[in-house]
Design a protein around this ligand. Structure first.
Ligand code: NAD
Length: 359
């Protein structure tokens, strides 16, 4: 019988890449539970929407009745939990939404998964043994890393700095507790900064691409020397699927690209690629990099994140395929070729569609 994977947040940036890859590379059925917040975009799944193995449930993970029905109707063999509020700046402006989805939503999902899994233990013990709850998290839970410190690993103590990372840390702790206390078969992955196609244009790389194309300022926080460890989204997805298939129950895996870059370097690299791929600039603009503006730093801004991915490399043989130059080029090219995906977000049509307003 075909297995079912329940994905939460499958209309988001990473979730849509997971859904696409599972449908392409396996015979599994995929059930996507998504509330379609501002960052959940059905257009990101347009190419799979008609696939008979794809099902969409428009629901909030914090709604116990909806989650119970999802488990009862679709009887998943595994859960990949990606649904979250994900943007640090928004978490500073409105932390409540982050606690609601990332903490309470994860709690509700864990409870409904536990209820379903308990039922399996008596009815279908082999299925219960094979069941996995895979929680997708971030390296931001580990906080700030000094320039001289060694990279984060699975044993790094938690020290979140922002409401976003604190809410993700809380959700990681809940998952660990549900494994330790109830024996729920869990997996946790903590990944570094992702980039690639279909990322909402509030994040650094798509924001830079789209602002540059429009001749708008390219804002960089503080002195721009904050370091992030960048990973192409498809490499993250391959890591997630390997962990789900072969990761050891109850374990955590740190995932990262061994690709530390200062924010200012990233913005300059995007500008360089645009010089080549989009030489027709807005009138009066010399070079794209002339648009760079340093703006007041974000409060609580972490200086450096970096991941030591030795465990997943040794245990599961995972390695990123894309290096930063090739991944960034693919990303810029995707935004250049997919204006129909991002134009409605920029011109307000997307928001109107969400609100049911005819445009
Ligand atoms: P995203 O903001 O692009 O997507 C989040 C998705 O979750 C959206 O489709 C949204 O509609 C959905 N969602 C939000 N609240 C919901 C709720 N209450 N119920 C159901 N669905 C809801 O985020 P992303 O960048 O794709 O990140 C996905 C996951 O990966 C998050 O858990 C994030 O913490 C984690 N992560 C992200 C990165 C990164 O660099 N983007 C790195 C490491 C880990």
């Amino acid at each position: 019988m075909t297995h079912t994977l329940l994905v939460t947040g499958g209309a988001g940036f990473i979730g849509s890449a997971v859904v696409r890859e599972v449908l392409l590379a396996s015979a599994w059925r995929v059930v996507n539970v998504d509330k379609l917040t501002y960052s959940g975009n059905p257009a990101s799944l347009a190419d799979v929407a008609d696939n008979p193995r794809y099902h969409f449930i428009h629901a909030d993970i914090a709604d116990p009745a909806a989650m119970r029905a999802a488990f009862e109707v679709f009887k998943p063999a595994a859960v990949m939990h990606l649904a979250a509020e994900s943007h640090v700046d928004r978490s500073i402006d409105n932390p409540a939404a982050f606690l609601e989805t990332n903490v309470r939503g994860t709690f509700v999902l864990l409870e409904e998964a536990r209820r379903y899994w308990k039922g399996l233990k008596t009815a279908e013990p082999q299925k219960a043994r094979d069941f996995r709850f895979h929680h997708i998290s971030t390296d931001e839970v580990f906080g700030d890393l000094a320039e001289t410190q060694t990279a984060f690993s699975e044993s790094t103590p938690y020290a979140p700095s922002s409401p976003y990372s604190a809410s993700k840390a809380a959700s990681d702790h809940l998952v660990r507790a549900w494994q330790r206390t109830y024996g729920l078969p869990t997996l946790v992955t903590n990944c570094s900064n992702n980039y690639g196609p279909r990322q909402f244009p509030e994040k650094l790389i798509p924001l830079t691409i789209l602002n540059a194309l429009a001749g708008r300022d390219l804002p960089i926080y503080g002195d721009g020397r904050q370091v992030r460890d960048w990973l192409f989204v498809e490499d993250h997805v391959r890591a997630l699927l390997l962990v789900l298939a072969h990761g050891r129950e109850g374990e955590t895996y740190a995932v990262g690209g061994h690709c530390e870059k200062q924010n200012v370097e990233v913005v300059r690299a995007v500008c360089e690629i645009l010089e080549e791929l989009a030489p027709q600039k807005p009138a009066g603009l010399g070079r794209y990099a002339d648009l760079i503006r340093f703006v007041r730093d974000r409060p609580g801004h972490d200086g450096r994140y970096a991941i030591d991915a030795a465990k997943i490399r040794k245990e599961l043989g995972w390695r990123p395929r894309e290096d930063f130059a090739s991944g960034l080029r693919k990303t810029v090219r995707w935004y250049l070729e997919n204006k129909a995906w991002w134009q409605p977000i920029l011109d307000g049509t997307y928001r109107c569609q969400r609100l049911g307003v005819a445009v």
